[in-house]
Design a protein around this ligand. Structure first.
Ligand code: CTP
Ligand code: CA
Length: 226
C-alpha cells in the first residue's frame, strides 16, 4: 500500500500558482503584454497536483489546457490577478508566482477604439500593484516562492527580490540565455533561499524544474512542521 507521506507529500496542502502574462488594455482592440506563455507555471501546477496538493491556478491568457485536478481562475489584467490571488491567499499554504505580471498599465483605458492621427503618439503608463510584495507584507504561515526574470546581474537582483519582497525562495532565470525563459520547453534556473546556499540547476525541462522547486518546498514544509 501507498505511504501517503512519501507518494503524496503535498496531500492536505493548498498551493496557489500564478502563471502566464497579464494584458493591460489600451482600448477595446489593443493591449500591452509580454512573451510569457505560461508553460513554467502550468508545469508547476501539474506536478503539485500530482504530489497530492489542492491546486488553484490563477492564469493570465494562455493557450494551455488546465492540468488534471487543478482549479483554474482566468484573469486578464494585473489588477484582476491581484484580486483573485488576495481572495485565495488566506486559505493557502504555498504560493508560487511564476506569472509575468505587467509592471505598468495605461493610465487611461479608452471605451472606444482610438483613431490614428498624423505624427507620433504617446501612451502614459502608471504602476500596477506588486502582487508578490503585497503577499510578502501580509504573510502569516504561507511559504512564498517568487520568480525573477533577469538579463544581467542575476545573483544580485534575485537576492534583492528575496529580501525586499519577504519571500522564502526566489527562482531566478537568465531570460537572455538560450534554453531558458519565455516560450521554451526548458529552463535554466537557480533557486535562492534565505539561509541556504543558492542551488544552480542545469538545463532541465520545465516539468523537471517544477519538480525541483516542489522538492525544496516539501523540504521546507517538513522543517517547519518539526
Ligand atoms: N510580480 C508581481 N506583481 C507585479 C510584478 C511582479 O507579483 N506587479 C512578481 C512576479 O510574478 C515574479 C516576481 O514578482 O514572481 C518578480 O518579477 P520580476 O518582473 O522579475 O521583478 P519585479 O519585482 O517586477 O522587478 P523588475 O521587473 O524591475 O526586475
Ligand atoms: Ca517586472
Amino acid at each position: 500500500y501507498f505511504n501517503d507521506a512519501r507518494s503524496l507529500p503535498l496531500k492536505g496542502k493548498h498551493v496557489l500558482i500564478t502563471a502566464g502574462p497579464t494584458r493591460e488594455k489600451i482600448d477595446p482592440v489593443r493591449f500591452m503584454s509580454n512573451h510569457s506563455t505560461g508553460k513554467m507555471g502550468y508545469a508547476v501546477a501539474e506536478e503539485a497536483a500530482r504530489l497530492g496538493a489542492a491546486v488553484t491556478l490563477v492564469s493570465g491568457p494562455t493557450n494551455l489546457p488546465t492540468p488534471p485536478g487543478v482549479t483554474r481562475i482566468n484573469v486578464e489584467s494585473a489588477q484582476e490577478m491581484f484580486e483573485a490571488v488576495m481572495n485565495v491567499y488566506p486559505m493557502t499554504d504555498v504560493v508560487i508566482k511564476t506569472a509575468a505580471v505587467a509592471d505598468y498599465r495605461p493610465k487611461v483605458t479608452y471605451d472606444q477604439k482610438v483613431k490614428k492621427q498624423p505624427g507620433a503618439v504617446s501612451v502614459e503608463l502608471e504602476r500596477t500593484t506588486d502582487i508578490l510584495r503585497t503577499l510578502g507584507e501580509q504573510k502569516e504561515h504561507q511559504l512564498l516562492v517568487g520568480f525573477a526574470a533577469e538579463t544581467n546581474n542575476v545573483d544580485e537582483y534575485a537576492m534583492k527580490k528575496l529580501r525586499e519582497k519577504n519571500l522564502d525562495f526566489v527562482v531566478a532565470n537568465n531570460v537572455s540565455t538560450e534554453g531558458a525563459g519565455f516560450g521554451t520547453d526548458t529552463n535554466i534556473v537557480t533557486i535562492y533561499q534565505r539561509e541556504a546556499e543558492p542551488k544552480s540547476l542545469p538545463v532541465l525541462s520545465k516539468h523537471e524544474v517544477a519538480k525541483e522547486i516542489l522538492d525544496e518546498v516539501i523540504k521546507e514544509l517538513k522543517e517547519r512542521s518539526r
